[in-house]
Design a protein around this ligand. Structure first.
Ligand code: GLU
Length: 627
């Protein structure tokens, strides 16, 4: 980061030039008079190229979607900072990735401010209603409600956190007004974007669920079916909502007309004839009470680097940090180094470290007081847990949880063996580095693809089903479970937006969707880039192994490859998955920015830099940096 000029961009109140990036819409008819979705009208904004890697200077962005990446670049080029660009990109993703994120969801925003050297997080997680108790997701007899039925229901909807996250981010760290930053997304929603295979697949796979809710079918299944690749998809209702909150503020979603519409719909969802779903319990008071606090990140040490992530209610920062700690502890036990291991050895170690971290996560981490974060991230605890490790054989699953009690001489893990709770598979992630060296790592979600399936009538966005991230019943009878539902409680998350610092200077930001696999994907990318000396784009592209204690998934043919067979011979039970996650990141290598995204998964991602380099500098990966 040394070559990036640093100067302050921290202004209070988000005051900035309100320069229009695009012509103000002004012409909008009320939403209810216009058909949403496909149809004639202004030409769609053509789909920009994806491009999974970009190298250069002056600022960089990466994410899954080329429209959002281009919007981020426009904000950076026009003088906005990383926070401004991140908010504009997130709003754009709400248009092009409406099944993964949007105004009806939540997320975690990690921000590194270059001049002060400080890193902050914003907790924009969805929150349960005040009426929730530990048995709210059970039937009268103490059994868990059916998961699939809870997913598509009002009961699973938490108070959205995304709108307030954007406003808090801009108030504390931004330089532009929300209204101005929403305009590119508003215009895209109005003019329309070109449907790609990824969007069509997501719509098609949810079509049946969307038909349960006529408003969702109206907005997202124009003409009654999923749009074809190449069709123009418009969402004028969402464009109007962006216009409304641009003019009147995000308070509209917490206390205004949109808040009232959310509460009405959640408590009494409008369904297709003959369909009944669980009603929700959110009240106007729950929405009005929502806050998105600015918090310290989790801080894990890895070979002298600081790995900064999201703390409780996410388990991401803790579990990623613990996996890194365990890999180093295994080195000390075996006298071998991660960078020298064969692929099979490396993935065996990684699987054991991940399973161990998940055992502790499920036992200790949730939105409860007293989570032993410091102990879970300590070297002493990792050394104790590493006593279970066998370099030749997989530990028998599930691995027991340990005792992060400060006394690391006795008990590597006899605490009990627990299964793995179910979790969704959607969400999206974006990264921004600006010309001043400020960094944003932001993961946002509506939980499952398509969230609850409920669209707020007339406002064009889906509501989350984040409350299904709670454990419906205790994971193991008699063992305390930190992730049971409770009043105004936030369900535990796995989202892991991460920023890595070397002597206070950012060297990497990364993140991904993928439910609980987020933790293993982010840890694997960090290890690939920092320890195994892969280029970032290759660290992202590498086949993924997601060992979550009770289950072990592998993607891109890894399970049946030679390496996969070696793992099986050591006692691993690999389950083949087509893809795990859809990651992106930005590395800083001797002042050069390297933005990277997926090459294959999710049909590839989008990376951009402000000033492309004519050629790549020397010094890729951690081991070459600075040398
Ligand atoms: N709800 C999940 C979490 O917070 C994210 C969902 C996903 O990535 O699919 O961990």
């Amino acid at each position: 980061m040394a070559e990036i000029t640093r100067r302050t961009v921290l202004t209070a109140g988000g005051a900035g030039a309100a320069v229009a990036l695009t012509a103000p819409p002004g012409h909008a008819e009320p939403a209810h008079r216009r058909p949403p979705g496909r149809g004639r009208g202004p030409r769609a904004v053509p789909e920009p190229l994806k491009v999974p890697e970009a190298i250069g200077a002056g600022g960089a962005v990466s994410c899954v979607d080329p429209y959002a990446a281009d919007v981020g670049m426009r904000i950076l080029r026009s003088g906005g900072n990383a926070v401004d660009a991140a908010v504009a990109m997130a709003a754009t993703l709400g248009v092009t990735e409406p099944f993964s994120c949007g105004l009806g969801g939540g997320g975690f925003f990690v921000y590194h401010h270059a001049r002060s050297g400080r890193t902050w997080t914003i907790n924009g997680r969805e929150t349960a209603p005040a009426s929730f108790t530990s048995t709210s997701l059970t039937d009268g007899a103490g059994n868990a409600l059916p998961f699939a039925k809870t997913v598509s229901s009002g009961l699973s909807v938490g108070v959205p956190g995304t709108p307030l996250t954007w406003q808090v981010a801009l108030d504390r760290f931004g330089t532009r007004r929300l209204r101005w930053l929403l305009r590119p997304a508003e215009q895209l929603a109005r003019r329309g974007f070109v449907v790609d295979a990824y969007y069509r697949r997501h719509t098609e796979s949810n079509a049946e669920r969307f038909r349960l809710f006529p408003e969702t079918a109206r907005v997202f299944l124009p003409g009654g079916k999923a749009p074809e690749v190449g069709d123009t998809m418009r969402n004028p209702d969402l464009a109007d909502t962006y216009d409304l909150i641009g003019r009147r503020g995000v308070g509209e979603l917490y206390r205004g007309q949109v808040a009232r519409a959310i509460v009405d719909e959640v408590r009494d969802p409008s369904t297709a004839p003959g369909v009944s779903v669980y009603p929700g319990q959110l009240t106007a008071a729950d929405l009005a009470a929502y806050t998105a606090p600015v918090l310290e990140p989790t801080r894990a040490s890895h070979r002298g680097l600081d790995v900064l992530g999201m703390g409780v209610p996410s388990s991401g920062g803790i579990a990623v940090g613990q996996i890194l700690r365990l890999m180093v502890a295994y080195e000390e036990r075996t006298g071998r180094r991660v960078q020298d291991l064969s692929e099979a050895d490396y993935l065996h170690w990684f699987s054991e470290a991940s399973a161990t971290a998940f055992a502790d996560r499920n036992r200790y981490v949730g939105d409860v007081p007293g989570v032993p974060v410091g102990e879970l991230l300590s070297a002493g605890y990792a050394d104790e847990r590493a006593l279970l490790f066998d370099p030749e054989r997989a530990m028998s699953r599930p691995v027991p949880f340990g005792s992060p009690d400060g006394d690391y001489t006795d008990d590597p893990g006899t605490g009990g063996r627990q299964g793995q709770p179910p979790q969704g598979q959607s969400t999206t992630h974006l990264n921004v580095v600006d010309r001043w060296g400020n960094v944003v790592s932001y993961t946002l979600t509506i939980e499952q693809t398509g969230g609850s399936g409920i669209t707020v009538p007339g406002y064009g966005f889906l509501l989350n089903n984040e409350l299904t991230d709670f454990d419906f019943v205790p994971l193991t009878p008699g063992v305390p479970d930190p992730n049971l539902p409770g009043p105004r409680k936030q369900p535990r998350s796995s989202m892991s937006p991460t920023i890595v610092l070397d002597e206070g200077q950012p060297v990497l930001t990364a993140g991904t969707p993928g439910g609980a696999t987020i933790i293993t994907s982010v840890a694997q990318i960090l290890l690939g880039y920092l320890d195994r000396d892969l280029d970032l784009v290759d660290a992202i592209a590498a086949p993924r192994l997601s060992s979550r204690n009770a289950v072990e998934d592998a993607d891109l043919g890894l399970a049946t490859s030679e390496v996969g067979q070696e793992l099986t011979a050591r006692g691993h039970t690999l389950r083949s998955r087509e893809w795990i996650g859809n990651a992106s990141g930005i590395a800083v290598e001797r002042g050069q920015l390297v933005a990277a995204a997926e090459t294959v998964r999710g049909d590839g991602g989008a990376a951009r830099v402000v000033r492309p380099a004519l050629r790549r500098g020397h010094g890729r990966g951690r081991r070459h940096r600075g040398g």
